[in-house]
Write a protein that binds this ligand. Sequence first.
Ligand SMILES: [Fe+2]
Length: 243
Amino acid sequence: MIVHRAAHSQHSPAQAEPDVRQQPEVTVLAMQHLHMKNYNYLVRDTDTSDAVIIDPAWEIDKIDRAIVATNSRLREILLTHAHSDHVHLAREVSERYDCPIRMSKEEIASSGYDAPRLRPIDGPWAVGKMRIEPILTPGHTPGCICYVIGANLFTGDVLFAEGCGICPNDQAAYAMYDSLSELKHRIDPSTAVYPGHSYGDPPGQKMERLLKQNIYLQFRTPESFVAFRMRSGQSMTKIFDFR
Ligand SMILES: [Fe+2]
């Protein structure tokens, strides 16, 4: 369990009122089941202790311990998409902590995912004093969502530090190009990026670094991006071996 606290918090002990610009605390949870490795993120408003967890999977004991260790009050479960390694514990955590599950309506429609406390996302909302801004980023799946919370971006399988998520066909790859273009233009370079998986770089790399080093962010035309994303000979065991 690694806790990331933003260095540029505006809060100071001299301030009488809590500063709404204060950055949330991000607890990074490395989860594993057999060969599956996922990152979960517990994101906590440091004023109210209200928290959300992103894509809970595999190790519920770690989630429980992180909630206790950070004195969090879990309010919501945010899902980036409906693949099994991202939704694995959503129902169980939702029941245990009596909190809703969020997913894009596009992803619900395309995947058929259902759960007792499932709430389709309809624009930005707040948990505690944290503003949660969803960005619809289709391509890996039709309804993938990235979440902006403070100076953090949670990207699921859309954007990794080292690459981007796989796309099932050319049409999806064109959508991925548009999604990555939107992130490139919309996300401040100082934003910390927290993907669902790592292929070398630890979570929390700055967008600025990805803009320079991630090969999938370098393409200038959709055609060239799609040709590279859908190139033949790709292997799941060497997914970011570009040579
Ligand atoms: Fe996925």
